[in-house]
Each structure stands twice: as C-alpha cells, then as structure tokens.
Design a protein around this ligand. Sequence first.
Ligand code: HEM
Length: 542
Amino acid sequence: SSKTSLLNDLGIQIPSWYMTLPLPLQIVIGLFGSLTAIIGSNVLRQVALPQNKNLPPVVFHYIPWFGSAAYYGEDPYKFFFECRDKYGDVFTFILMGRRITVALGPKGNNLSLGGKTSQVRAEDAYTHLTTPVFGKGVVYDCPNEMLMQQKKFIKSGLTTEALQSYPPLIDDECEEFFDHELGLSKTKKSTVKVDLLKSMSELIILTASRTLQGKEVRAGINGKFAQYYEDLDGGFTPLNFMFPNLPLPSYRRRDKAQKAMSDFYMKIIEDRKKGETDHEHDMISSLQGSVYKDGVPLTDRDISHIMIALLMAGQHTSSATSSWTLLHLADRPDIQEQLYQEQINYFKKSDGTLGPMTYESIKELPLMDSIIRETLRMHAPIHSIYRKVISDIPVPPSLASPSEQQSYIIPKGHFILAAPGVSQMDPRIWSNSTTWTPERWLEEKGVGQTAVETYTKSEQVDYGFGSVSKGTESPYQPFGAGRHRCVGEQFAYTQLSTIIAYIVRHYTLKLEVPTFPETNYRTMIVLPKNPQVSFTLRKQEV
Ligand code: HEM
C-alpha cells in the first residue's frame, strides 16, 4: 500500500505480519512501539552521552517533556532530598517541558531569592497564574519596581496602630464562630468534631475580612463574595500554574469571578468616596491616596486588585499554618496545657478572669511564639519558590560541585527554584528535624535562635518597601527572603496567635484520626490530609 511504500522510502521496514493485523491493533502496537522508542532514546541519551559540564546535572527521567513531574508532584521534599544525595545542592529537572534548576541550602536560597533583577524575575515565573486571579496592573503584572512600591503601600496599611486594633476584633469573630457556628457553648454542645482545615479556612477569612479587608467585605462573606472567592480560588491550582489557559469550566468561572470580585471592591471604594462609611485601620482606606514615586496615583482598579492579591496571599498560608499548629497541639496535650498555663500566667487578673490578648503580648509569649515558629519550620506553606532566569547565573564551585571544584552556569531560559523547607528540615542543621519540637526555639544560642537572628537581623536592605533584613542566607525563612519577602508576617502572627490563644483558653483539642495526618502536596499550598479533630470545652467553662 502507499503507507508501507512511504515507510519503506524512509528506510523503516514494516514486518508483513503487522500489516495483516486489524487496524485498531496496528494503532495500539504502533503507539506502544513509538513510546518505547521515545523513552528508550531518552534514557540512552542520559546514560550514554556525556553531559554538558557547563550545566547543572539533570535528574534522570524516562519520559521526555513530562520529565520528573510525577516524582516532584507527589512529594517534593522526598524528591529534593533524594536528588540532593545524588546530584548535590544544584540540579535541573524537567517539568512538563520546562527546565527547572533547584538550588538548595542557604547558599542556594541566596542564589535565587537574593538574585539581582537583571538575573532572575518573579513576574516572569508567576504572572500567568496570578494575573487572571488578582487582575491587571499590580503585583506580577507590572515591573518589579512598581511591585516594590505597592509593597510599601501595603506596609503603610499594616502599622503598629492598625495591628493593635485587631486582636479584640479577632477575638470577637472567634467567639461568634465557635459559639454560634459550631455550637460549642455551655448551653449547647460541649464537644464538636470538625474538619480542621475547613473550620480554619472559614475562621481565617472571617478574621481577615473583619480586620484588614474591611467591614464591607466582612458583610459580604455570607453572600455573593463567598461564591466569587470560591471560583477565584478554583483558578489558583497547580493545573493553572502548568497550563495558564485551558478551555475548562473552572477557567471560565475564574475569569467571571475575577471581574465580579474586582467590581465588588470598586463599589466599596465608590461608596466610601460618597461619604459616610466608617472604616478605620483597614487596607482599602490606607491604599487610597497612595502615589507612585513618579507621581502617578494608584487607581481604584489597582486598589481592588491589590485587595484580591492580599486576600489570596493570606488566606491559604494562614489557614494551613493554623491547621498544622492545632493538629500538633491536638497530638501533644502536654504542650496544650503549657500554653494554657502561659495564658494564665500572663493574663490572669485579680478577679480570676483572663485579660484580653494584645498585639504587644504576642512578643511576650515565648511558647506561643515557639509553636508557630516550629510549625512554619516543618510545614512551610509554600514548598517551591520560582523565578525565571533571564541572564546566565554563574554557580561557584563551592555550591556547584565542591568535590570536583567544578563551576557552571544556570542558563537563561531555565527557572530557578528555591525550597527553604529543605534547609528548614535538614537533619544536618536541625536535631530531630522531622519531629515537631517547639522547645528548640526556647534554647538560648540554639540553632533556632541563630537562624532567626540571621533571618531578622542580617544585612538591612531597602528594596523599595522600607528597610528589611535580607535574610537570604538563613536556613529558616518561612516568609521568603530578599526583595519578594512577605509583608504579611506581622499580620499573620497577630491573627494566628490571637486565634490560638482563644482556642487554648476555652477548649482542649483531640485528634480524631488514628495517626497524625499526612501531607497533601497536590495543592498550591502544603495542606494536611483528612485533619479531623474534636474541640471540647474546658472544665471551668462547662
Ligand atoms: C510573599 C509566606 C501570610 C502577603 C511571601 C513569600 C512567602 C510568604 C514565602 C515569598 C514569595 C516569593 O518569594 O515568591 C507567607 C506565610 C504566611 C503569609 C507563610 C502566613 C503564615 C501573608 C499575609 C499577607 C501576605 C497574611 C497579606 C496580608 C504577601 C505579599 C508578598 C508575600 C504581598 C510579596 C510577594 C512578592 O514580593 O513577590 N509570603 N505569607 N502574606 N506575602 Fe506572604
């Protein structure tokens, strides 16, 4: 037939028995054969051909293009630690056609998070994921220099005065949530079993909206806002990260919700401009009137999109962190009791009642501080931080291959990946690195204290949003480091410790699953699987 003669012309011999098979079988065998040939040649190329000595080693993989996607995606830390053993601190892996170079350890973190804007860019790595969700003109849809100024505007909305006003509001939301929503009270139920992640996600959005987002957002939580949020969130997944535009309903819902959410904030701003709403200490009021260095003011649309970005940035990170912290407390009744004692020691008044949590007190509660720190060490919500490499980055021999004194480059076009979670759980740095040990942070001059010192007191740099500690070489950096360092850290600590204090004052926690929950890495944020716990009213409350 013409088919066989064409293949013959190409020098491919088709056995005659193959041509006698039914067509479907020919197709199956043909596909299988081609796949085997592709995998075979890919394997052969990796094991038999010499690797380019000027580039980082490439992680062995069977399927071209797909590369190590399954290995990395299932458990990134297992992947990073195993690859570090084989290839050292710097190696490249293939992820659905992209070349990702991982740089581990404090020096590796410094290479990407401390990289110059002429070498690495966050916006080129993230914009396809974030712009359809946040909206245009802000964060990664503008030059880095503008993002730095937006971070400055955000910081001015998170003043000490603003943060001081939040704990009573958060407390109030906690009471409303546990008493009314969950029905935990003297007159109703004394024990309630919940999916902790679901409950914490609700409580985090309630408390963030009551404080930072503003009362109109808080009022909208039970209405349309919740649906917009859910649909937007459905567009913030690893699938969206890998494939920015697919013809799927979730992508269409994301785009509709972005517009609706943006209009929702625009209406708040317009209504406020018209007059009467009282809105002290929230972010919208602080962003209004912000002006870039070149004299251009933030538009109302920019403010709306920054508000969406803040909502998304704080929601999953804080829900995950509060859930993991409470899971560890549920697993360690002894620490729950110590935390309760810490609350009593610090807050007990002469009439026997406990005084209110305050912004200042958070810094005075060493155990509270330690349980959050330790949880962030083991469960950093973001396991992979990406940058696009826009000009070749030289890797010194001390990091590339210390034994062979070989240096190489990470070439333009690669992505560079920082995984601060690896140095945070590195057994070479931390004793009992995979065991939740809050006490380690109480040791004077211990590894933890030294790491925090480097993180918070290292070289001070102003990237455009006020002076911050560079922190890129610390083995502990849950809030990132360098120019993209988090500006929500103080807010997160205030929110988390006020919620946790409320909980330990009123309830005891118990795990309602046989073993401590495992980790789900298939979401954007590192989450616990099936986190069932029960809350029980403390005796004096019954
Ligand atoms: C950046 C973690 C809460 C706003 C970051 C980064 C990390 C991080 C690792 C660096 C990302 C990168 O380098 O690509 C966390 C954790 C949180 C938390 C662990 C809670 C436990 C918040 C909250 C807000 C917020 C509550 C808002 C109020 C931001 C912003 C950036 C950022 C604006 C800057 C992004 C950039 O410059 O590219 N955060 N965050 N975060 N975070 Fe947070």
